[in-house]
Write a protein that binds this ligand. Structure first.
Ligand code: NAI
Ligand code: MG
Length: 331
């Protein structure tokens, strides 16, 4: 496998090396291509991502990504929006599943759902007019974009409990009526049991009764917000992995950002990044390796080897190191 490795900014520079130590412990044949992107590069060179960087990413089998910082500068073009668009990775897959030894906000741990977020359009279209008194951002919903994400979610639902929840706000935003209609049709065509919920009451239902859900499909902004919110269900943002999938390319990253408030202290939780690595291995067909990574995470957390966000005293590198060491004893 030829793997592009992007640490990015802030805690990306800490959690990715920890996850790479875990990858190395598996002894797979992986050629790692480091790619520098993000705010740090922008400060140094005036551009956060170049055409050559995009070509490099496209030449690799997939991308493993940390996080980037977005400065409040109107001339700064979002690195992630650029990559998701250029590589046309339309599906952002965010599984929310509790780890055995970490408690979230509920006593019950018997839930396991996946947010399938449309990743290329919606309110993150990047089409904006920024003025002094009026600023607008265009919300784009297309039949093609809605159909491919709905089809993806239905296929995923069929491989699980065959249960799909379509989340939208079509009562207020007419653009969501297209998303809802196309998603419903896709569920009918594929024989998936489905219902739809308005995003505001859905947010309440999801946080109070997460065990009622299986696969959730929604538009870009809603999926972004609902997945961070769901972090509270499993014990924090440092535990949420994600995959960005398109027809040709795939890209794996923790859900969290660059966390400037804790960056530089070796105290960021690397588990979200390591679970993203696990998703990468599954995608690549290395199922035994993915399973051992998951087992090793459970073992480390069970031993109380965890970072301060989970109440622990250990550093990012110590957590990565413990997980890698366990894997080495098993390989
Ligand atoms: P954030 O996710 O970076 O941090 C939110 C809070 O969660 C912070 O208090 C942080 O310390 C904590 N946190 C996040 N990840 C953690 C981890 N692994 N271990 C322990 N604690 C963790 O979101 P925020 O603060 O809103 O954004 C910071 C920067 O990151 C911004 O510049 C934003 O644009 C960027 N960002 C980048 C993303 C990406 O590259 N995928 C995604 C989200 C934000
Ligand atoms: Mg986000």
């Amino acid at each position: 496998m030829k793997l592009a490795v992007v640490e990015g900014d802030g805690i990306g520079k800490e959690v990715i090396p920890a996850a790479i130590e875990v990858l190395d412990s598996l002894g797979l044949d992986v050629e790692k291509i480091p790619v520098e992107l993000g705010y740090g590069k922008w400060e140094r060179t005036g551009s956060a991502i170049t055409d050559e960087d995009i070509d490099t990413l496209k030449e690799c089998d997939c991308v493993f990504f940390g996080a980037v910082t977005t400065p409040p500068d109107p001339n700064y073009k979002s690195v992630l929006l650029t990559i998701r668009k250029e590589l046309d990775m339309y599906a952002n897959i965010r599984p929310i599943r509790p780890l055995p030894s970490v408690k979230g906000i509920h006593e019950r741990n018997d839930f396991n759902f996946i947010i399938v977020r449309e990743n290329t359009e919606g309110l993150y279209s990047g089409i904006e007019e920024i003025g002094t008194d009026i600023s607008t951002t265009k919300r784009v919903v297309t039949r093609k974009g809605s159909k491919r994400i709905a089809d993806y979610a239905c296929k995923l639902a069929k491989s699980r409990m065959n249960k799909l929840t379509i989340v939208h706000k079509s009562n207020v935003m007419k653009s969501d009526k297209l998303f809802l209609d196309v998603s419903r049709q896709s569920a009918i065509d594929t024989g998936v049991l489905h219902r739809d919920e308005l995003v505001d009451s859905f947010a309440y239902n999801l946080i109070t009764s997460p065990w009622n859900y299986d696969v959730i499909v929604t538009t870009n902004l809603f999926g972004d917000i609902l997945s961070d919110m769901s972090g509270a269900l499993v014990g924090g943002l440092g535990l949420l992995p994600s995959a960005n999938i398109g027809e040709k390319y795939a890209f794996f990253e923790p859900v969290h950002g660059s966390a400037p408030d804790i960056a530089g202290n070796n105290r960021a939780n690397p588990v979200a990044a390591i679970l993203s690595l696990k998703m990468l291995l599954e995608w690549h067909g290395d199922l035994a390796e993915a399973a051992i990574v998951e087992e090793a995470i459970d073992v480390a957390l069970n031993m109380g080897i965890c970072t301060p966000d989970l109440g622990g005293k250990h550093t990012t590198s110590e957590v990565g190191n413990t997980i890698a060491k366990y894997i080495r004893t098993k390989m």
